[in-house]
Design a protein around this ligand. Structure first.
Ligand code: SAH
Ligand code: SF4
Ligand code: F3S
Length: 442
């Protein structure tokens, strides 16, 4: 009997890294690896990293430092770095961290089995190519194990937009879409294994243009095809670019019942001058008009966004324009960051806003966003929403799930099972979640 080796993966960054970590675990599953929840008993540790801001990238080196002792105790332990830091600074990782055995970029992880074998032979392995072969097609058929009720599914990867602050076009490469039939097959497989909600992923997911029957399909066409899978109850997608929200996708929010009323639509800034310097190719006004059209199609949609404050040359007036845009939109969810200069991107070379000014602006912006999120969440009280239950809560008999609008909701109802989709009347709004009562089976 062969004893299985243990694999510990730690995932940083966006949802696409979460998806990629699952694929890497499958790829190494063929080499006899099973996943473990702690680094201590692992035979191989993989850090799936994020390069989006400086802090994210630095975490990798401090985390690697922590594995020194472990590696000294266990010479057979292999340590790998995957993801966007691996892509951006693979050679530097090899130099700075001699304990690293392998480095693999986000486009090469289907080659992990070969890299692992090389590492086992005692050679260090680095692969940060953008290979011609389709990594998704190379990955072995996944084991048919049961899964939880929600899953991510990457449909598009990479970006050609080159926003002046962003590393993604360099770490993930050129924009590419998976063929529609492959996506549909993967979705069917997930549904057979218990998945009821799929979130379609892409760095620019609404730029999706995969090969399909009759020519190229846009994201809306793909969503409508997926909606025909009977037991798939919910569809979401993230992250979208304002310029790629076409008429069909806006219409789908109104006429496709399985497409959930939640849209993550980053704007970054409300100042046209800054948007131009960011190379965003939309204006504050065009963004606001777009939001109006989306709300006309789906009035109760929850809008979520991303903001960068303290972008080079941002004045107090520019920042005020961002606050004005936020006031006009009323966001239900938001992610906001101080600008972080990234090596190799155009904005890193420009005059920087002092860190304390940027931090002070971020505080004001987050206070405004927190007020809005609170109002949007509290406004759910008394409403009836769908909730897909994902796990038991802390208290006995309690179940926790996500509403159509992606709010966490808990109910005290021993009759509800994981994976059940129920209508729930919202009765209270807490710090980070809603509470409700199940009103009818579905
Ligand atoms: N493709 C998505 C965003 C991907 S990156 C889009 O176009 O919106 C996720 C978020 O990280 C961005 O929306 C942005 O708000 C933030 N971000 C990216 N680069 C950054 C940087 N250099 N400094 C601070 N925040 C950054
Ligand atoms: Fe980065 Fe998004 Fe801009 Fe592409 S569109 S460069 S992923 S922020
Ligand atoms: Fe980070 Fe790469 Fe995602 S830089 S946000 S892990 S695409």
């Amino acid at each position: 009997m062969t004893t299985s080796k243990k694999l510990f993966i730690k995932t940083y960054g966006c949802q696409m890294n979460v998806y990629d970590s699952e694929r890497m675990a499958e790829a190494l599953g063929g080499q006899g690896y099973v996943q473990t929840a702690t680094a201590d008993d692992a035979d191989m540790i993989l850090l799936n990293t994020c390069h989006i801001r400086e802090k994210a990238a630095e975490k990798v080196y401090s985390e690697l430092g922590r594995f020194k002792g472990l590696k000294a105790e266990k010479p057979d332990l292999k340590i790998g770095v995957a993801g966007c830091v691996a892509q951006a600074e693979g050679e530097e990782i090899m130099r700075r961290a001699p304990l690293v055995d392998l480095v693999v970029g986000p486009q090469s992880y289907h080659r992990l089995p070969e890299l692992e074998a090389k590492a086992r032979r005692g050679e260090r392995a680095l692969d940060t190519d953008f290979p011609e072969e389709d990594k998704f097609a190379q990955l072995k058929a996944r084991p048919k194990a049961r899964r939880g009720p929600t899953a991510f599914l990457t449909v598009q990867e990479g970006c050609d937009k080159f926003c002046a602050f962003c590393v993604v076009p360099y770490t993930r490469g050129a924009e590419a879409s998976r063929p529609a039939a492959r996506v549909i097959d993967e979705a069917r497989d997930l549904v057979e294994r218990g998945v009821r909600e799929i979130t379609l992923l892409g760095q620019n997911v609404n730029a999706y243009h995969g090969a399909g029957e009759g020519g190229e399909w846009g994201l809306a066409r793909l969503i409508r095809a997926l909606a025909e899978i009977d037991e798939l109850e919910r569809i979401r997608f993230t992250t979208s670019h304002p310029n790629d929200m076409d008429d069909d996708l806006i219409a789908a929010h109104g006429d496709c019942a399985k497409l959930m009323p939640y849209l993550h639509l980053p704007v970054q800034s409300g100042s046209d001058r800054i948007l131009k310097r960011m190379n965003r190719s939309h204006t504050a006004e065009s963004y606001l008009r777009l939001i109006e059209r989306i709300r006309a199609a789906r009035p109760d949609i929850l809008i979520s966004g991303d903001f960068i404050v303290g972008f080079p040359e941002e004045t107090e007036a520019d920042f005020q324009a961002t606050l004005d845009l936020i006031a006009a939109v009323e966001y239900g969810q938001a992610y906001s960051f101080c600008y972080s200069p990234r090596p190799g991107t155009p904005a890193a070379e420009r005059p920087q806003v002092p860190a304390d000014e940027a931090a002070e602006r971020l505080q004001r912006l987050q206070a405004l966003l927190a007020d809005q999120q609170r109002r949007v969440q509290d406004a759910m009280i008394g409403r009836e929403v769908g909730v897909l239950f994902e796990k038991p809560g802390r208290e006995p008999g309690q179940m926790v799930g996500k509403s159509d609008h992606l709010h966490a909701v808990h109910v005290s109802d021993p009759g509800v099972e994981v994976g059940a989709l129920r209508r729930v009347r919202i009765t209270a709004s807490g710090r980070n979640s809603l509470a409700g009562e199940v009103i009818a089976g579905k």
